[in-house]
Every structure is written in structure tokens, then in C-alpha cells.
Write a new protein. Structure first.
Length: 501
């Protein structure tokens, strides 16, 4: 499946500065998944938009974001990550300006769809650049910083959104949720031009590097999965369920096509060998997708509980879940330094802490008065956040560690596509459970929060089982049983060291 690649003799001396620039841009793109939630009422008032139309501001971004991740990663592999990063960042800044200046609902939705495409092209360049620029223990630390960015951006969005709305007020405060990306993105673009290392131009044409049939098949399959999920609050699961079997057929066709492409010696969009022969990739991708089902799905539940159930302002609601973001950011950076020594033990421990923290939230929610829930869950959310930081970055490092750099963009895009699908599933499931309990119980919001957290605990426990299974598998792979197997293992490790450069 892979061919050895000679790693550069010396790492790029500007690699840490380059990483800071790319993570800043990545933070913006991931932040825009959640930051607009608190601004939706302001958008609706300012534009006179319908509730269904304004919901597409959120779901449209998530949809196109997830659709292009793998294709964006493959373009980075083929055309160079610096080039794709600059193109995608420029597109993200322009579409942010278009969204902020939108005169009506239709233009805003179109701008968000385009912004999601730009973000989906931008995000996989981060993991690809880490694979290119860092080796050994440094790669774990770099992925630790990346994991911190993922965790913080997911949890801190409501806080920043609330602060922006408080600063700029009605009726146009929501526009600054998008406008704030412009100066940050422009500065990141200028710095990226100076710091990101250029790669030699390839002689091969784009059509020989990109599997366009694979792009269409995978894009249609992902669309069939994501569209019903992101439209779940508008009845998407009930009206669009028929897309799921179609997505399954298209996914099967995609795998068959990619295998045929590999047999013919052509560059695939996503080599199936990543899942069948690359150690740890399939299980790590599954763990990440399932974890995001439970982790990412809780934020909408918390927002509805605090704002509708207790009467918090958007800013207060965001601050209530800040302990998770703080714990996640610190532990992700620390875990990145420890992953080379601890390996899968980190993710197993982290998933255990997330399970424990969310389980305590579920219990506390029904034991304390509703007005005291916010302060009461601060400590368990901090514990869950510390655990969460020990999951995302180590899992990314360990899942991609045996992937050759020439496939790093597509592999990282596929990993994040699974996380986007997991986010959509978790949000749909937990929000549906929450609303169902509120309706059935006559408005008992604390009970609904508790039941939703129990569901999140169940999903996280499944991810924990995958983590334990992969921990055992790694130990088995590291323990050769015969002299022949030991010699083969040493040869594989030597080859993987070259490929990972």
C-alpha cells in the first residue's frame, strides 16, 4: 500500500511558528461550527428570517464542512499543503465577509454553505502539515496543540459568541460573529506566506492526481448520511431516512472503485488499505467518531437547558460550560508530550474520566435545585474536560502514526469526516432525547438533562471499549511470538519510521 519516503535531514526551523499560524486558522474554522448558535435569535430579528431558514445557517455549514474534508485533504496531498492552506484560508476570509454583509436570509445561507466548504478544505491541511513538519516526540506535542484547539473551539464558541453580541448589541451584533474572522484571517494569511515551507511543483496534471469519480461517490455518500442528521430538528430523520440506504450503496460503490483504482496503479482518493493494513487506523477512526457522538452532542443540550430551562443569557450559558474547555485545553497540551511514552493508555484513561464526569453531571442535575445546577456541575465538567483533552490529540497522533506523509491529508480528512458524522449523530440523538423527556415530563428540564447525559455516558463507554481493544492490539503487535515474526516486525517498524517522515 505504501512506499518508503525519505524524510528531510533536518526539520524546518520555522515549524513551530508555522504551526501556530495554521492552528489559528484552524481554530477559526472549527469555532464557526458552534459560535453562531447563540447569535441565531439576533440573525432572525435583524434579517426577518424564518426559523427553518435560519437553522440552515448552522446545518449548512456543518454539512458542507463534512462533505469536503477528504477531498480537501487529498488536494493538499496532491498540490501541496501550503498552496491548499492559502487558497482555503483566503476563501474562508472572503466567505466570512460575505456572511457578515448578507442583506437577507438567502445570501446568508449561501455564504455559510461556501464558508463550510472553505473550512472543510482548510482543516485537513493542519494534520497534514503536522505530519510533514514534525517527527518523533515533537509530532505528539504538535498534535497535542491541535487537540487543544479542537477541544477549546468546540466548547468556547458560545462564550465568545455571547461576548461579541454583548459588545455590539442588537440588531446587527450577529454580523461581527463573522467579521471578526477577517482581520485574524488576513494576518494568518500574511504570516503563512512567510512561514509555511513551499514544496516543489509536481509535473503531473491535476486530473491524474485526483480521483474525481471517487470524489463524487464519497461526497454523495457523506451527503446521504449528514443531510438527514443536520436537519433532524426540522424532521429530517423522518422525511429523509431513505437517504441512509442510498448512502450505504454509494459507500460500498466507493470502496469497490477505490480498490479498482489502486489495482490499476492510479492515485486513489482514499486508499482502502488505510483501514485494512495500516496498524491502528481503523480502530482509531472508529474511536474518534464514537467519542464525538457523545462529546460534541452535549453542547446543544447544555445551551437549551441553561437558556430555556433556567433562563441564563447566552453569555452565562457559555460560561457555565467553560470548565470543560479549560480542562481540555490544558490536558491536551500535556497529553501531547506524554503520548509517545503512554500510548493508548492515555486515551483509555481520558475516556474513563469523561465517562465519570458526565455520569456525575447526570446525577447532580436531578439532586440539586435547577438554579444551582450551573455551579454544581463545574467540577465534574472540569474532570470530563481533562479527560477529553487526553482523548482527541493522543487519538489523532496514534491513529495517524503509521500513515505515510503522502497520504496524510486524505487520512486526516477521513478521520475528521468521521468526527463530523459523529458530531451530527450525537447532536441529533441527544437533542431528540432531551426534547422528548421535556415534553413527556411536562417541562422537567433537569430530568431531561440527566437522561441526555446518561446517553452521552453510554456513547463514551462504547468509545472506551474501542480504546481498550486497541490498547490490547497494540500490545499484541509489539510482542512478536517467533523469531521470524520478530524479524518481520523490526522490518515493518524501520519502514514505518521512513514513511512517517
Amino acid at each position: 500500500m505504501t512506499t518508503p519516503q525519505q524524510e528531510p535531514a533536518q526539520p524546518d526551523p520555522r515549524r513551530w511558528k508555522a504551526l501556530a499560524v495554521t492552528l489559528t486558522a484552524g481554530f477559526m474554522s472549527l469555532l464557526d461550527v458552534s459560535i453562531v448558535n447563540v447569535a441565531l435569535p439576533s440573525m432572525q430579528d435583524g434579517l426577518g428570517a424564518t426559523s427553518g431558514g435560519i437553522q440552515w445557517v448552522v446545518s449548512g455549514y456543518a454539512l458542507t464542512f463534512g462533505l469536503v474534508l477528504v477531498s480537501g485533504g487529498r488536494l493538499g496531498d496532491a498540490l501541496g499543503r501550503r498552496r491548499m492552506f492559502l487558497i482555503a484560508l483566503a476563501a474562508f476570509v472572503l466567505t466570512s465577509a460575505l456572511a457578515g454583509a448578507a442583506p437577507n436570509e438567502t445570501m446568508l445561507v449561501v455564504a455559510r454553505l461556501l464558508q463550510g466548504c472553505a473550512a472543510g478544505m482548510l482543516t485537513p491541511q493542519n494534520t497534514g502539515l503536522i505530519q510533514d513538519l514534525f517527527r518523533g516526540g515533537e509530532r505528539g506535542r504538535a498534535f497535542g496543540m491541535f487537540g487543544a484547539v479542537v477541544g477549546i473551539s468546540t466548547a468556547v464558541g458560545p462564550v465568545l459568541g455571547g461576548l461579541i453580541l454583548s459588545a455590539f448589541g442588537q440588531p446587527d451584533g450577529w454580523r461581527w460573529v463573522f467579521f471578526v474572522n477577517i482581520p485574524i484571517g488576513a494576518l494568518a494569511f500574511v504570516l503563512a506566506l512567510r512561514l509555511l515551507p513551499p514544496l516543489p511543483r509536481k509535473d503531473r496534471k491535476l486530473r491524474s492526481e485526483i480521483d474525481f469519480v471517487g470524489v463524487l461517490l464519497l461526497g454523495a455518500a457523506v451527503l446521504g448520511v449528514l443531510l438527514p442528521l443536520v436537519q433532524s430538528e426540522q424532521g429530517g430523520l423522518r422525511t429523509l431516512w431513505w437517504l441512509f440506504p442510498i448512502a450505504g450503496v454509494l459507500g460500498f460503490a466507493f470502496v469497490r472503485w477505490e480498490r479498482r483504482t489502486v489495482r490499476r496503479g492510479r492515485p486513489p482518493l482514499l486508499d482502502p488499505g488505510l483501514f485494512t493494513t495500516t496498524p491502528g487506523y481503523a480502530s482509531g477512526a472508529a474511536l474518534g467518531a464514537i467519542y464525538f457522538c457523545g462529546f460534541a452532542g452535549i453542547w446543544l443540550v447544555f445551551a437549551v437547558f441553561f437558556q430555556q430551562g433556567i433562563g441564563y443569557t447566552p453569555l452565562q450559558s457559555g460560561l457555565a460550560v467553560t470548565p470543560f474547555a479549560l480542562g481540555s485545553s490544558v490536558s491536551a497540551a500535556v497529553a501531547g508530550r506524554l503520548v509517545a511514552r503512554w500510548g493508548r493508555k492515555l486515551t483509555v484513561l481520558g475516556l474513563g474520566l469523561v465517562t465519570l464526569g458526565l455520569a456525575v453531571v447526570a446525577v447532580v442535575a436531578v439532586l440539586v435545585p435547577p438554579e444551582a445546577v450551573g455551579p454544581a456541575i463545574a467540577l465534574p465538567l472540569l474532570v470530563a474536560g481533562i479527560g477529553g483533552g487526553m482523548v482527541i490529540s493522543p487519538n489523532t497522533t496514534l491513529t495517524l502514526e503509521c500513515v505515510p506523509t503522502r497520504m496524510a491529508g486524505a487520512a486526516g480528512g477521513a478521520l475528521q469526516t468521521g468526527q463530523r458524522i459523529g458530531t451530527a449523530i450525537g447532536t441529533a440523538v441527544l437533542a431528540s432525547v432531551f426534547h422528548a423527556v421535556v415534553t413527556a415530563s411536562g417541562g422537567r428540564y433537569p430530568l431531561a438533562l440527566s437522561v441526555a447525559m446518561v446517553c452521552a455516558v453510554g456513547l463514551t463507554a462504547v468509545a472506551l471499549l474501542f480504546g481498550v481493544g486497541e490498547l490490547r492490539a497494540r500490545r499484541a503487535r509489539a510482542t512478536p511470538r517467533t523469531e521470524e515474526e520478530r524479524a518481520r516486525r523490526e522490518a515493518e517498524l524501520s519502514s514505518a519510521d521512513v514513511q512517517r517522515g
